[in-house]
Design a protein. Structure first.
Length: 242
């Protein structure tokens, strides 16, 4: 299960709220740098919600959620508890039209939740959240990853805010892809080293060559239905404990 994060928007107080032109370009450049300096997808999500309330005009709260086809919704990162409460309103229930639009469109907006309750009866106005802007980060056949910004006043997120939001989420998506690839490559290197250590241990114990030791690892992995990496870890840990 993905780890969740709660952050304070004030932690990024050094980042100026952007308007247009060079100020916007500077803000997006700073945001991109912050995103690409993170380590691991979880920290990238955490940084993204911090930045969203500074980058998106009018945004007061932000969260990133995964929405699955089976209607399950899970919050991965949020700026404060009201975001979790908003997500909880639609967790594990049939998606209202507002969320359903995100499967085919990159953006969904609610201008005033107090007059949009018929659109799935989201109940957001009861939390004091009047304006909503959801921006799609990732989509596949099974799930959506969505960044959602909230404001307490109605009609906050206009076309300009939406354009800025799409620029920002493009940076977030690129950063997520980059950090995920780095994490996968790092894990692949660790796995290779771990299997190499286990192979060396078997060579010494069984007086066999590297090819035979590796074949032994593979056969045991298949017989016991255990991943090669996990089997290697078990052998290395046992050797270190001797």
């Amino acid at each position: 299960m993905p780890k969740r994060f709660v952050v304070a928007a004030s932690e990024f107080s050094e980042l100026p709220r952007c308007a247009t032109g060079f100020e916007l370009a500077d803000a997006l450049m700073i945001a991109a740098q912050q995103l690409h300096e993170t380590e691991g997808p979880r920290n990238t999500l955490r940084t993204a919600v911090r930045l969203a309330v500074h980058i998106l005009p009018g945004a007061e709260h932000a969260g990133i959620s995964v929405i699955e086809r089976n209607a399950h919704r899970q919050t991965l990162a949020w700026t404060d508890e009201v975001v979790r409460s908003a997500d909880a309103l639609t967790a594990d229930r049939e998606h209202p039209p507002y969320w359903s639009r995100l499967w085919t469109a990159p953006v969904a907006r609610i201008e005033d939740s107090s007059s949009a309750e018929a659109d799935g009866d989201l109940g957001l106005s009861g939390l004091g959240l009047r304006s909503v802007l959801s921006l799609r980060l990732r989509v596949d056949q099974r799930r959506l990853t969505v960044l959602t910004a909230y404001a307490r006043k109605p009609r906050v997120f206009d076309e300009s805010a939406t354009r800025i939001g799409r620029l920002f989420t493009a940076h977030v998506s690129i950063a997520l892809d980059s950090v995920t690839m780095r994490e996968q490559l790092t894990e692949a290197m660790r796995t290779r080293d771990l299997i190499g250590q286990a192979t060396g241990i078997l060579m010494e114990r069984l007086d066999i060559d590297a090819s035979e030791a590796f074949d032994s690892l593979v056969r045991t992995s298949q017989r016991e239905n255990i991943k090669l990496r996990d089997l290697a870890r078990r052998i290395v840990d046992a050797s270190e404990g001797e």
